[in-house]
Design a protein around this ligand. Structure first.
Ligand SMILES: Cc1ncc(COP(=O)(O)O)c(C=O)c1O
Length: 387
């Protein structure tokens, strides 16, 4: 179980991003945390060691990342996993057959698949609700409910959940609240401050920011939850390797800078798309036309680089994603490079079509992960493809 260092919360976010969780290298004084590429540690005698026995259980590079992200979220404990879904898997293992989870329905397709196709057959009960209305969570609660789970903004519909209201509801009813903060990152949204108990990240995305590793991370302030998550992390063993932890740790150092640029570019592109005749619907929480714009301003300090829009016709969507030159057609998001995706056939293909249609996740919906390139080049690229 990894706990932040005594001074990790002492400074502002940009300083935490660079320094939190990292200790001076005892051997050479290396300024950057070394990659402890080892599976085991030499012991001086029976039961005599430096606190490290076996690398599934403890690894210094992993611990530095866990502390760093925990400090960025304002939490006390961090747990790194081999992917974002492995992190969600660990949350769901806090519960047993017969326990009930209420989840937003517009979550990442793989998150819904994990709950529906892995955990429901084991007896976990899951109800999916429209997470834009707190009353929907409240109505779905039963005496067996142990967890409210939401993603805000959601992938790819950019629906928001009112974190304060759902945090209050969870506290009043004695259930845990876990929030997937992958899209907003702690730079723009801090769910622990609204009452969340657990934060989930796919570190694959903005935290790493360079599209060169896959990972997940959980943060909590609660010692009881941390105790259990630490046990699950070790007992189930879905831990990341030290190289991937190091890559993510390198990424978080520039997270505040990168998010500022993603946000500036995202706003500019959303603004440009707003006036384009081919765009039938546009989903970006930073636009006054977004139905939850007031909520976005209340609980987010920036809106980021994720922009979804509907061009009304699958063949037009296909042409667009195939004709862009700077944007690349690819799964994933949050890297420095701009990506374009088709959620219905890519990230959300495992979500039943009826539910996709219900949410507005049509076959003609396109999702942009706006990178940090020169924004006028990105607009020029979209313009030539849309022409
Ligand atoms: C919002 C969100 N949460 C979780 C995940 C799962 O993360 P990973 O792909 O690292 O398992 C994703 C992946 O796209 C995501 O977009």
């Amino acid at each position: 179980m990894t706990r932040i260092l005594p001074d990790d919360l002492a400074h502002a976010l940009a300083t935490r991003a660079v320094h939190a969780g990292q200790v001076a290298d005892p051997l050479a004084g290396a300024v950057m945390t070394p990659i402890y590429q080892t599976s085991t540690y030499r012991q001086e005698g029976l039961g005599k060691h430096k606190g490290y026995e076996y690398a599934r259980t403890q690894n210094p590079t992993r611990e530095a990342l866990e502390r760093n992200v925990a400090a960025l979220e304002g939490g006390n404990h961090g747990f790194a996993f081999g992917s974002g879904l492995a992190a969600l898997d660990a949350i769901l293992k806090l519960f047993k057959a017969g326990d009930h989870v209420v989840s937003g329905e517009s979550v990442y397709g793989g998150s819904m698949r994990l709950m529906r196709q892995i955990f429901e057959p084991y007896g976990l009960l899951v109800t999916f609700v429209d997470s834009r209305e707190t009353a929907n969570f409240e109505r779905a609660l039963t005496p067996a409910t142990k967890l409210i789970y939401c993603e805000t903004p959601t992938n790819p519909m950019m629906f928001l959940t009112d974190l304060r209201a759902v945090g209050d509801l969870a506290a009043a009813r004695g259930v845990l609240l876990a929030v997937d903060n992958t899209f907003a990152t702690p730079i723009f949204q801090r769910p622990l401050e609204f009452g969340a108990d657990i934060i989930l990240h796919s570190t694959t995305k903005y935290l790493n920011g360079h599209s060169d590793m896959v990972g997940g991370l959980l943060v909590t302030t609660r010692d009881d939850v941390a105790e259990r998550l630490g046990f699950i992390q070790n007992a189930s063993g879905a831990v990341p390797g030290p190289m991937d932890c190091w890559l993510a740790l390198r990424g978080t150092k520039t997270l505040p800078l990168r998010m500022r640029q993603h946000d500036a570019n995202g706003r500019r592109i959303a603004d440009w798309l707003k006036g384009h005749p081919a765009v039938k619907k546009l989903y970006y929480p930073g636009l006054p036309s977004h139905p939850q714009y007031e909520l976005a301003k209340r609980q987010m300090s920036g809106f980021g680089g994720m922009v979804s829009f509907d061009v009304g016709d699958l063949s037009l969507a296909r042409k667009l994603v195939e004709r862009v030159r700077i944007f690349q057609l690819a799964e994933s998001l949050g890297g420095v490079e701009s990506l374009i995706g088709h959620p219905a056939s890519m990230t959300h293909a495992s979500v039943p079509k009826a539910l996709r249609d219900d949410m507005g996740l049509t076959d003609s919906l396109v999702r942009l992960s706006v990178g940090i390139e020169e924004v006028e080049d990105l607009i020029g690229d979209l313009e030539q493809a849309m022409r």
